[in-house]
Structure formats: C-alpha cells, structure tokens
Design a protein around this ligand. Structure first.
Ligand SMILES: *Cc1c(COP(=O)(O)O)cnc(C)c1O
Length: 366
C-alpha cells in the first residue's frame, strides 16, 4: 500500500461548475483557465471534466502541446502570449491564440507575418488599471492597427484588479469604461471577466469569459461564505488517513515547538499529510479537519488541527471522534471542509493551497 494521501478529483463537479458559468454568462464563450496544472487538479482531470468548454487558457506552450497530443481540438489561448520569439512556429502549428501584451511581442509577430499560413488570433491586452501587463489606452489603438495590418485577427482583452471587492480603485466600472472607450469602432471580440466578474459583475462579461477559480469550486475572495450560495461544487478532495494515535495526558505538549498543550487527557490523531504535500504550515490550531468512516460518507465530524504542521504529518484533536482509529479517513479539504476555510486559517486564499498541492500527492480522477 502507498502512503494514504490522495487528491481525488471529481470530474462531474468540474462539469457542473462549467455549466454554472454557462448559466451566468449565457451569451459568452468560455476560456476555461487551467494554468498551474489546472490550479493543482492536473491537466488530465481538466480535459476530462471541462471538455465541453469552448477553449482552454494556459501559460506554457508545452501544456498546449500536451492538450493537442491528448486530442483537444478546440481553441487554446496562451494567456501571456509567447515568452520567446522562437516559440512562434510551434504556436502556429498548434493553432494557439496569443495574448500580446508588450512591444517585444509585437515585433516578433511583425517579423513573422509573412510566414503565417493561416491567420493567428491575437487577444491584444489593454492595461486599464491593473498595471501588470498590457498597452496603455493611449498606445492601444496604434498597436491594434499595426498587427491588423500585418494580417493578424485581432481581439481585445483586459483584466480586472478588483472584481472581488466593492469600491476599491481601480473599480470594475472605471476599467470597463476605459476599455469600451478605447476599442470603440474597432472590430474583434472581447474578453474581460475572471470568476469574480462572472459572479458579481454581469455587465462586464464580454464575448469570452475567463473563469478560473470558480471552475474548481473555490472562492475568488478567498472566503467560502461569498460563494456558499453560488451553486459551485468543490472539485478536489484532499484526503488521507489516521496513521497513529497518541494518548496525551493533561499538560502534555505536541509537535515542534510544543505549540499545543493538552487541556485534559485526550486522544490525538496523526495524519499522513504535511507541508511537503501542500498543506499550509501556517495553519492555526482549530483549523477544521474532517474525520469519517469513508471518504464519501457524511457521517463524520470536524476535528480541529492542534500543534504545528510538520513536513509529512499533522496532528488533530480526536475528542469529537471517539470511535476513530488508525485507518480512519480524513478530509483535509473538499466538500466537508472548504479549501478557503483552511486558507483563511493560514492567512491565504484557496487559490494558493490548490496550486501548491505537491507533485508527490497522487491524483485520482473519478
Ligand atoms: C488566472 C487568470 C484568470 C482566472 O482568474 P480567476 O480569478 O481564477 O477566475 C483570468 N484571466 C487571466 C488573465 C488570468 O491570468
């Protein structure tokens, strides 16, 4: 038997969440964002669960190669375009759509223009206030016409800085206004909305939406309460087992630094999951862990984390689960313990935990 830790990926939940995006953005096509190994869920699982998307958006051209080799014939968008000029031929062969965000990339495309045998779709990125990638509205139209004249099929893209917050500058409204003004009279489709915009700014969807985190059933804000009623399902269950039990006496301390001190005689469960698996080392005492008889059953209880998370193990207070034993199943996050709740107890957001699931954790796709 292997070490019992597992990331179990529910492809039906993927399909459900994708449908939810369709309901929220019925007029838009969908770029399913699968950067960072599909937010830690594996490309295999994404291809299986999200196969009815219109396109996949990702970062690394090698991942586009993988998608084509595994039979994906739909659109692929390279979210940051090319990193080097020498990737252009491959991008064309793979039939990728390209984001173009800087002058260097424009130069590469212009030099390549006479080698283009079928038109390449370019999503030209406008910096409307995020100030990360893209052309300022002042330069945008010039670049647009330049690439259009070189024979590229031009589209428009921007990215919101605060679609998950109210009244924080730059607001969605201000970015949207700048975007709309700047592209006035230009042809081409538009792409603006990330998950937060799809959920909360339905006036800002555009022709192609770009959902990421909501496809994985986690919250754009990092707070589970914000998506509790959005009908999304968590796709990953990170699970493991109790591999040992300690009977502490009142006053005993547990783990590195002795952070937790037993208030009474009590049982402690040792779980095969640590920070080298991607569980956050900063998780505080009280972070919820679910303990049950089987991974699917709901007859389990929450047993709080106690003591510092170590590399390969963590420890939980078993007082709520008197019948638990070595071999009892444990959900670290999933449908019983929202990943955002673990994240909140560790000072981060669900995105970071999902992406950080370590390669050593086996993935099971169901
Ligand atoms: C990651 C990313 C997204 C998806 O964002 P979510 O908040 O996960 O929905 C959309 N657009 C771009 C450009 C991105 O980099």
């Amino acid at each position: 038997m292997n070490r019992p830790i597992l990331a179990s990926i529910d492809t039906q939940a993927f399909a459900h969440n994708l449908n939810r995006v369709r309901e929220l953005a019925p007029e838009s096509k969908i770029w399913a964002v699968i950067k960072a190994r599909s937010y830690g869920h594996s490309f295999d699982a994404a291809l299986k669960g999200l196969g009815s998307t219109d396109g996949f958006a990702l970062l690394d051209i090698q991942d586009a190669v993988w998608l084509r080799e595994h039979g994906w014939q739909g659109r692929i968008l390279l979210l940051e375009g090319l990193f080097h000029e020498n990737e252009l031929a491959l991008a064309q062969e793979l039939n990728c759509d390209l984001v173009v965000h800087c002058d260097a990339q424009v130069g590469w495309l212009e030099r390549y223009a006479d080698k283009v045998h079928k038109p390449i779709n370019v999503f030209l990125k406008m910096n409307t206030g995020m100030n990360r990638l893209g052309f300022t509205p002042d330069n945008y139209r010039t670049v647009f016409h330049q690439l259009h004249a070189a024979g590229y099929h031009m589209h428009h893209m921007t990215h919101f800085a605060n679609a998950d917050q109210v009244n924080q500058e730059p607001t969605v409204g201000s970015q949207l206004e700048l975007f709309d003004q700047t592209i006035q009279g230009l042809e081409g489709s538009t792409s603006l909305a990330n998950s937060a915009a799809i959920l909360w700014h339905r006036n800002a969807l555009g022709d192609w939406v770009r959902p990421g985190i909501m496809l994985y059933g986690a919250s754009p804000t990092g707070l589970y309460a914000d998506i509790e009623h959005a009908h999304l399902k968590p796709v990953m269950q990170l699970r493991s087992e109790v591999i040992d039990i300690q009977n502490l006496r009142k006053g005993d301390r547990i783990g590195y630094g002795g952070r937790f001190c037993a208030p009474e005689d009590m049982r402690i469960g040792i779980i095969a999951c640590g920070y080298a698996d991607g569980y956050p080392r900063h998780a505080k005492d009280g972070t919820p862990v679910w303990v049950g008889n089987s991974a699917e059953s709901s007859d389990g209880v929450i047993c709080p984390l106690v003591g510092r998370v170590s590399m390969d193990m963590l420890t939980i207070d078993l007082r709520n689960a008197p019948h638990s034993n070595i071999g009892s199943l444990v959900e670290l996050w999933g449908s019983k313990v929202p990943v955002d709740e673990v994240a909140r107890m560790s000072g981060t957001i669900g995105y970071e935990l999902l992406c950080a699931v370590a390669p050593r954790v086996p993935v099971a796709i169901k």
